[in-house]
Design a protein around this ligand. Sequence first.
Ligand SMILES: [Mn+2]
Length: 592
Amino acid sequence: MTVASRLESLRAHMQSLKLDAIWVPRADEFLGEYVPIHNERLAYLTGFTGSAGVCVVTMDAAILFVDGRYTLQAANQCPEPLFEHQHIIETPPETFLRDRLSENQVVGVDARCLSFQSFTRIEQTLGENSISLSAMAENAVDLIWTDRPVASVNPIILLDEAVTGASSVQKRAAMAESLKKANADAVLLTQLDSIAWTLNIRGDDVPHLPVLLAYAIMTREGDFTLFTDTHKLVDGLADHVGPGFSVLPIDQFDVYLKGLSNTCARLLFDPQTCHAHSPLLCRDQGIELIEQSDPAEQPKACKNATEVAGIRRAHVRDGVALCRFLAWLDGEVASGQAHDEGSVSDRLEAFRRELPELKDLSFSTISAAGPNAAMAHYSHTNGVPSPLVLNSVYLVDSGGQYLDGTTDVTRTIAIGEPSDHQKEMFTRVLKGHIALSSARFPRGTAGNQLDVLARQFLWEIGKDYDHGTGHGVGCYLSVHEGPQRIGKTPGPTAPLKPGMVVSNEPGYYEAGAYGIRCENLLVVVETDTPMLAFEPLTLAPFDRRLILVSLLSEAETQWIDDYHAQVREQIGDELQGEDKEWLQAMTAPLAA
Ligand SMILES: [Mn+2]
């Protein structure tokens, strides 16, 4: 079937469902960053493979809405006149439809693939012109998708308490307390990482995110019902999770919710992360909805001592693989070997894959040479990988998923002899990284209060970077985890608490020329004063060939030397021969 005939089939369903438009988002019913292949509905319908976008299909048009990252890609993959194109920020699909459609017309959507919050907002905007938003009983794309790939049935992985540091019974008891405080009878959990964390299990259903596709209901007593494909169940699961645990097939979830009002009068859910379908269904049964953040979010974010120890082990391992790669890359450049973004990225992955503990990469590696590194979401797999050219900088942002932790690290590497300007900008970015890493702050401080520390040396000369400074990271879970973040966004953001893991990744980008980023993961720790502080988790040297020592204060030089000494201490013994010599040279004191 061609894309044109897919659109025609969808329109046939629109006609029989008496809809004037159908809204197809990229997200699936679990609303995660990564979508398993059998749920890539937007790509199936339109051919557009970007990570964010919406297609609105009317009887006479198909309008694709994407953000600035994907304007070119969308135009190439979805040519006119079959498609119209709109910028999703400048012209949101709901305002577009409000103005394009007429009164009393109806827009159909699968309410499983929109957050409750988005559904409410779209409904409101369309309502301004008396247009209604209708939740379709079935996903219209699924109805036309004849050769849809089957979902994975990989078995559930049971995580030992030696890794998690707390039993599911303990975690559920703590979450039950927050339900009681909110006077809720039960919570609806749809965040896949929350479900996996609560039960001390992992799965292999989503690329880069070790979770299983599931929904869950937990009562205020901590009793937990998991809805998933029962083919994934393994022996020992019930004992592993402990008392008060049951499993039902995921296709019985709606039936279960229809009977839920017998035992639940007040249901808590997170309107930002939960899809609209299930809470709406519950509201139709007379259940009162309580909108509150996911009760697993805070305890999941604050890693316990066992988890932090595991995350540190994962970083030692990951640091060894990264250093072997960096040593190899320097050797290849020195001997004049030709390489491109793809060949070096593959080599880095191969070094990580030599580790028996590696389960997956934690995201698709960003391997960017020269001007490509100035594009925030560059992927060498979207076109022809560019060659590494002499006398430039190369940026590599990558990470691994290990049973005991998740890593995410960016290093900017000198290829030959970069310009003095590039060295100055690298040094300014690094100074910001050091300032944030060295911060001491009182309890209650949120990431947006610290963000300026990382940007100050760029602001000083009228420069900045157009992305956040840091995001939370899970423990063998999502590489992007809330609620904490470090960024410019004003207003209340989540306070940084002991045990939270955040990235520290300031950068600098010159369009058409080059890009720089220095990223370590940090863990929030208590100090012997009332202040909190960060400790670096990532173990890999910063490229000393890019550092202008004259721009560093004595304290900054000391910070680098101390950090490099720590890298040497922790991973030096794991490296051999030339790799070890490379590490010694790269981590030698700057002052010397
Ligand atoms: Mn990151």
